[in-house]
Write a protein that binds this ligand. Structure first.
Ligand code: FUB
Length: 312
């Protein structure tokens, strides 16, 4: 009866038992996770924090890949993409995401400093398998300050291929969230850049996905509703159309021990997960972060329950 009442939405579900979440690795500091399921494997694509202890800024030169078949034990595959993979770039290997294209290849979208007059760009690399090898897919930025309508800071791409094959990309920061359609080639804009509406308190780190016909956009927010101050939480919004308008639905992940927060939400072997980073690894900090994950549960009405952050 209790289970039926919960299923009908008449009673709130009891909090699920906590499971131990440890950093996916302590061999390197990792940040800005993106998740991809291919076959029976969960792949995590991460940034790599190399700031010294006590450092006061990001030192990030490459991106790493990890894989797991149980979402508990992860194998590190090392750096599979670096700033030097993009001949036109020079620094700042910030957040990225990998998406499988209609051609079956794997496209890795990243934030990277072009070393030109502007600052950050969206670059894209491609490989024939989730582990690469990955090479620059375009020979220049997909999005730069020169792109009409682009964001004031072009970082944190999230790419989503809808059931009808249409590709969408969201990106941006506190100064402006942007979205655009991509062509099936995955590396060319398909129409104008737009400014999505209804995404409250957006800070950075968008992650787009779809569940039961509903579009979800999770993102880092840094407002007074996230406590402690200046530590981002993860909010999310839903929409019935991939470009919005969006309706804010609440906080799904409270602030973590690092000032930044960065979500990747994915279903793997029937269980949903929130993948994120914090400063919890030994010697960790705001610029020495580590990726971890916890289970994520849904309410019957399609809203997400707040993730219980575990340690282990
Ligand atoms: O890791 C560098 C930047 O910090 C990312 O691009 C943001 O999402 C934030 O995590």
């Amino acid at each position: 009866i209790l289970a039926l009442a919960v299923a009908l939405g008449l009673l709130p579900a009891l909090a699920p038992p906590a499971s131990a979440a440890a950093p996916i690795t302590t061999a390197v500091y990792t940040a800005d996770p993106a998740a991809l399921v291919a076959g029976d494997t969960l792949y995590l694509y991460t940034g790599h924090d190399e700031a010294p202890a006590g450092g006061t800024g990001f030192v990030m030169r490459d991106w790493h890949v990890f894989s797991s078949t149980d979402a508990t034990t992860f194998t590190g595959h090392g750096a599979k993409l670096s700033v030097s993979s993009f001949p036109w770039a020079g620094a700042d290997a910030w957040a990225g995401e990998v998406e499988r294209g209609p051609d079956g290849r794997y496209y890795w979208y990243v934030s990277v400093n072009g070393n030109g007059p502007g600052w950050m760009n969206i670059g894209v690399a491609v490989g024939d398998s989730p582990l690469g090898p990955f090479t620059d897919a375009k020979g220049g930025p997909l999005i730069s300050d020169d792109t009409p309508g682009s964001a004031p800071l072009n970082i944190d791409p999230t790419v989503f291929v809808d059931d009808d094959g249409q590709v969408y990309m969201y990106w941006g920061s506190y100064w402006g969230l942007r979205a655009a359609r991509l062509r099936p080639d995955m590396v060319t804009l398909d129409g104008p850049v737009i400014t999505p509406q209804g995404v409250s308190n957006f800070w950075e780190a968008p992650w787009m996905f779809k569940r039961d016909g509903v579009y979800y956009l999770a993102y880092a927010a840094n407002d007074s509703g996230c406590s402690p101050p200046n530590h981002a939480c993860v909010r999310y919004a839903t929409a019935s159309s991939p470009l919005g308008p969006w309706t804010h639905r609440g906080v799904v992940l409270d602030p973590v021990s690092s000032t930044t927060n960065h979500p990747a939400i994915i279903e793997f072997k029937g269980q949903w997960y929130m993948v994120y980073h914090n400063a919890a690894a030994p010697g960790g900090g705001d610029f020495r972060r580590s990726v971890t994950l916890d289970k994520l549960y849904w309410n019957p009405d399609g809203t997400m329950r707040k993730v219980v952050q575990t340690t282990g």
